[in-house]
Design a protein around this ligand. Structure first.
Ligand SMILES: Nc1nc2c(ncn2[C@@H]2O[C@H](COP(=O)(O)OP(=O)(O)OP(=O)(O)O)[C@@H](O)[C@H]2O)c(=O)[nH]1
Ligand SMILES: [Mg+2]
Length: 308
């Protein structure tokens, strides 16, 4: 996908101003926020799956163009169903990401504008540009339905722009990018031109393993499983990684291991494949399962695992 655009000359022949800043990608779970982040950057940085609340940590995806540097921030989905420590922390991060940004992109699913979208839309700042990205238009061939949804959404709050997109196919994503760039403040780039993210390889490794865990286990997955990197060794053309999948109870171990350990082997080989692509080098990955009760029980215990 091309992320470059032709700079527009300003009146009087002055060169166009360079713009930079943060663009929050927010919305309820599963609407395609992380798919959008990966699409704008052109790299798989943020993990995605069919399960709601796949994303648990904020992560930046940096787009550097001649006229602007856009620092997109992917965020956890804002959910209104269950209230436990993890969900409270995730919801707080979702709101905070919007509050910290120069421009906010609220993503919704073109197939439905729900009370949860409505509730979250009303929590977003009113003192800066908020754009509505109506995602998954590839799944809605009926344009009348799309118009109906836009009507409902815009009745709930004002949006600077409404852009129907498909993060999966890339349709209209470059238009969204241009609209965001135009709304950023003038200023120099915030990161080196070749930076793609603010996160470490260690973080990206834990996340990619968690993605494979989510994808392999689907609904069988104990909700509060996570991945902990126990060793991350960076050699010139190799990464050596030991990682543990944490489950709450002994009885959940066999679910992750699978018959004769086949499931965990598959998780490890899928993760290794993606990590080699992302890091551009060979990866040795050793994966095991550990029981660690209560890691997600309280907001305090979550802090030890990098939750804000
Ligand atoms: N048809 C279609 N599916 C999409 C599109 N964008 C994302 N998806 C799918 O929607 C599902 C959720 O995507 P994610 O990017 O993980 O959604 P998210 O909003 O980041 O979800 P959370 O992190 O759980 O809040 C995945 O199965 C994606 O493949 C799209 O443009 N069209
Ligand atoms: Mg996500």
């Amino acid at each position: 996908m091309s992320t470059s655009s032709t700079p527009v000359e300003q009146p009087g022949g002055a060169p166009p101003a360079h713009r930079s800043g943060h663009v929050a990608i927010v919305g309820r779970p599963n609407v395609g926020k992380s798919t959008l982040l990966n699409r704008v950057v052109g790299q798989k940085l943020s993990i995605t799956s069919d399960r709601p609340q796949t994303t648990r940590h904020r992560i930046a995806g940096i787009v550097t163009r001649p006229d602007a540097q856009l620092v997109f921030i992917d965020s956890p989905g804002y959910q209104t169903r269950k209230s436990n420590a993890l969900n409270r922390v995730l919801n707080r991060t979702a709101v905070q990401v919007a509050t910290d940004a120069d421009v906010v992109v609220l993503v919704c699913d073109a197939r439905a504008w729900t009370p949860a979208d409505e509730r979250f839309a009303k929590l977003l700042p009113t003192d800066r540009p908020v754009l509505l990205a109506v995602n998954k238009i590839d799944a809605v061939p009926d344009k009348a339905r799309l118009l109906e949804l836009v009507k409902k959404a815009t009745a709930c709050r004002e949006f600077d722009e409404v852009v129907p997109i498909s993060a999966r196919t890339g349709r209209q994503v470059s238009l969204l990018l241009d609209l965001c760039a135009a709304r950023l403040p003038e200023g120099p780039a915030l990161y080196d031109a070749d930076s793609l993210t603010d996160r470490s390889e260690r973080f990206l490794a834990a996340e990619l393993i968690r993605e494979k865990l989510f994808r392999q286990l689907g609904d069988e997955l104990p909700y509060d499983s996570t991945v902990e990197i126990e060793m991350f060794e960076e050699l010139p053309k190799l990464r050596r990684i030991h990682a543990a999948i944490l489950v709450e109870r002994e009885g959940q171990k066999p679910i992750v291991l699978g018959a004769r350990g086949e499931r965990i082997k598959r998780i490890a080989s899928d993760a290794r494949h993606d990590l080699e692509k992302l890091f551009g080098c060979k990866v040795y990955l050793e994966l095991f399962v550990k029981v660690k009760s209560g890691w997600a029980a309280t907001e305090q215990s979550l802090r030890a695992y990098g939750y804000e």
